[in-house]
Design a protein around this ligand. Structure first.
Ligand code: DGI
Ligand code: FE
Ligand code: FE
Length: 219
């Protein structure tokens, strides 16, 4: 299949097609994620802003389904969450979202599907594309939850103060996992292993970046 070119016309059409999958409030959030990711994309992946916006429009398409329906969709795709994964039902919609997008939106390619799949927990070795879907979802302007407001402020502050936008992104991803994990602990909820793997992976990346700059500094 030819790769879809995400023109404004294609994005408008997608916006209309995703609307029935979303509640009013979720549609408002989804449009705000699209707006946020257009900003982030211009900074980090300018050649993919259209595709990022498509991923934003699709990222929560199964959010309104109950846990039972989510599990049914997963079972139909041969995915059986184990007992531990069943304790984190808020994570199901990222899995079912990717499965549903693949079936019902054939123009969504592998990169979009991965953006949807990892938008809630993150994972080890995230691509920049995946990071932008994850981060836009967290900091979009309609979010009023304290952690989201703090992450938004800290991210844009780092962008202003840091010489390298990649460092601002790494630090912000780490902070996001710190906030999410602390919140889950506060609520007595389990932490998905992918979330822990994501945090560890970004800490490793930061450490490598730091030792590289230290070596360069001594050269
Ligand atoms: O779908 P959204 O509300 O836009 O945002 P999201 O996809 O980031 O989902 C947020 C929910 O997912 C929130 O209830 C916290 C939950 N969540 C995120 N990471 C984890 C998690 N829940 C568990 N149990 N474990 C995680 O690691
Ligand atoms: Fe979500
Ligand atoms: Fe979302």
């Amino acid at each position: 299949m030819n790769e879809c070119v995400w023109t404004e016309e294609k994005l408008s059409e997608l916006r209309e097609r995703v609307a029935p999958y979303l509640t009013g409030q979720r549609l408002r959030h989804t449009l705000a994620v699209e707006k946020e990711i257009a900003k982030l994309g211009a900074l980090y992946l300018p050649e993919k802003t259209g595709k990022l916006r498509a991923a934003a429009l699709l990222h929560d398409i199964t959010k309104k389904l109950d846990a039972e329906k989510q599990l049914q969709i997963l079972a139909e795709s041969g995915i059986m969450p184990d007992e531990a994964a069943r304790l984190s039902p808020s994570v199901f919609h990222a899995m079912t979202g990717a499965v549903t997008a693949e079936k019902e939106f054939p123009e969504a390619d592998g990169e979009i599907l991965a953006g949807i799949r990892w938008h809630t927990t993150g994972r080890a070795d995230m691509t920049v594309f995946e990071c932008l879907v994850y981060l836009a979802d967290y900091i979009e302007e309609t979010r009023t939850f304290d952690d989201c407001v703090k992450l938004r402020r800290d991210f844009y502050g780092r962008l202003e103060n840091s010489s390298d936008p990649a460092d601002a992104l790494t630090d912000t991803m780490i902070e996001s996992f710190d906030l999410t994990i602390a919140g889950l602990i506060g609520d007595g909820l389990p932490i998905a292993p992918e979330t822990v793997a994501a945090r560890n992976s970004f800490l490793l990346k930061k450490n490598r970046q730091a030792s590289r700059s230290a070596t360069e500094g001594h050269a």
